[in-house]
Ligand binder design. Sequence first.
Ligand code: SF4
Length: 179
Amino acid sequence: MIAEFMLHRTKADQVVPVYNDFIKKFPDVYSLARAEPEEVLSVTRHLGLHWRGKHFIESANYIVNKLNGIFPEDYDELRKIPGVGEYIAGAIVTVCLNKAAPVVDSNIARFINRYWGLNLKGEIRRKKEIVNIAGELFRGENPGEILFSMVDFTSLLCKPRTPLCEQCPLKSMCSFLTK
Ligand code: SF4
């Protein structure tokens, strides 16, 4: 959850050192719940987007006060934690709990839109067709691995502007090339 808060609109290589410092300074949910906002900001300020700083303490307080310090293992319960939206809840369920959940960010939505030839336009991430296919995609044995594969695949091959279709192992089945 902390990593996903930090990764919002921020590259992973920027997040890694900050995440490591953060976990050293706040090694459990109780130390984070007791923290002053300035203490959190002193670790996270290099990431910018200071508004998200409040998620860290609010989420820890919610877990300590409402859930007796026990992190939920259920998508709907995760969604109730302040700052945890659909994507973060889905990512936690698939990666940490290895259970199926529809995880859709703009990269996964773009891949689904192309591969299945949906030809949807605009803000497609929340469209029913995309969410339904994502639900099926993550229903396999290792949803966490599928999510990591999708992250790599969409950043290396199925890129936003110039997909590298010639090098893609899925090219013979992809609707993007046959339309
Ligand atoms: S063939 Fe091209 S559009 Fe289709 S999945 Fe591969 S990279 Fe993406």
